[in-house]
Ligand binder design. Structure first.
Ligand SMILES: C[S@@+](CC[C@H](N)C(=O)[O-])C[C@H]1O[C@@H](n2cnc3c(N)ncnc32)[C@H](O)[C@@H]1O
Length: 312
């Protein structure tokens, strides 16, 4: 692994200990990154166990191919975790997964390498795609996005209350000269932001919003959770680490919905637990990083892990 851009794995033991119940099992790491979780999963598997990793990012795939080149229990797919069912069906393992792990968002190497175009801290080409071969870059999107669309992305995915003002400033600058760098976009947004928060870059929320939109992060997550539930075996585990409230809300609601089961049975009729169709049971309350982990790795401050086991 290149020493230049490294990723410190968040909630490493918590996630893997929760995920791996049967060392002979078949597991999925849907967000390989630099393989921190994958490596510990492999340590906990027997020679019969297997791990399939997925990542959208070509640099993550290159890292996996190098790091686990001689590991027969490991395999990797380049694509979205929203293709989970396709990857599992291709192996004839539908409904037989022992566990699915998602450690959401971007990796430190993606954020820290200015050439990937995620960073408001260092100037680089305005890209923001985890997979630079698919879809539009942020710069391409800005060539045709309307003020209402930009404002909507900043508000919905960035939770940025000054989204409309920022969108106006972005389009005014875009009309002068297309915005092609993260540095210029960060400056335009910062100047349009009337309320800078202490200790936070004024473009943080807007950049988060554009990144989530460009990578379809929430749509992919919703789709993957549904597929994971179908692909897990009874007793299989779903473990998800989120880094902001929008992701965590989706995970929390999904688990809660399937823990409660069908709430719309006709009133007045006695029903059994079975009729409620409860498909998941939570295996832990929301887990956060310890004080020590946050001190060692500030990025873990916002991490929330949720986990559930499949009942039916
Ligand atoms: C936080 S990092 C994971 C770090 C990893 N657990 C480790 O310990 O090295 C998230 C990774 O997931 C990938 N990713 C995010 N969304 C994805 C998606 N929808 N499909 C596939 N990979 C995705 C990113 O490219 C990134 O490499």
């Amino acid at each position: 692994m290149s020493a230049e851009f490294q990723h410190i794995t968040v909630l490493l033991n918590e996630a893997v200990d929760t995920l791996v119940g049967d060392g002979d099992g078949f597991y999925i790491d849907g967000t390989f990154g630099r393989g921190g979780h994958s490596a510990l999963v492999l340590e906990q598997l027997t020679p019969q166990g297997r791990l399939l990793a997925i990542d959208k990012d070509p640099e993550a795939i290159a890292c996996a191919e190098q790091r686990f080149a001689t590991e027969p229990r490991f395999d990797i797919e380049r694509g979205s975790f929203a293709q989970l069912q396709e990857f599992v069906e291709a192996r004839g393992l539908s409904g037989q997964l022992d566990g699915v792990l998602l450690d959401l968002g971007v990796s430190s190497p993606q954020l820290d390498d200015p050439s990937r175009g995620f960073s408001f801290m260092a100037d680089g080409p305005l890209d923001m795609r985890m997979n630079p071969d698919v879809g539009e870059s942020a710069a391409e999107w800005l060539t045709h996005a309307t003020e209402a669309e930009i404002a909507d992305v900043l508000y919905t995915y960035g939770e940025e209350r000054h989204g409309r003002r920022m969108a106006r400033a972005i389009l005014a600058a875009q009309a002068e000269e297309p915005i092609t760098t993260t540095g210029r976009l960060a400056k335009i947004i910062a100047e349009a932001n009337p309320s800078w928060e202490k200790g936070k870059n004024p473009a943080t929320r807007a950049f988060q919003g554009i990144r989530i939109f460009i990578n379809r992060e929430l749509e992919d997550l919703e789709s993957c959770l549904e597929q994971a539930l179908e692909m897990l075996k009874v007793g299989g585990r779903l473990v998800v680490i989120s880094f902001h409230s929008l992701e965590d809300r989706i995970v929390k609601r999904f688990i809660r919905h399937h823990v409660k089961g069908d709430e719309h049975l006709p009133p007045g009729i006695p029903f059994t637990d079975d009729m409620l169709n409860k498909r998941l049971k939570a295996v832990t309350k929301a887990v956060k990083a310890s004080r020590k982990e946050v001190d060692d790795n500030p990025r873990s401050r916002s991490a929330v892990m949720r986990a559930a086991v499949k009942l039916k």
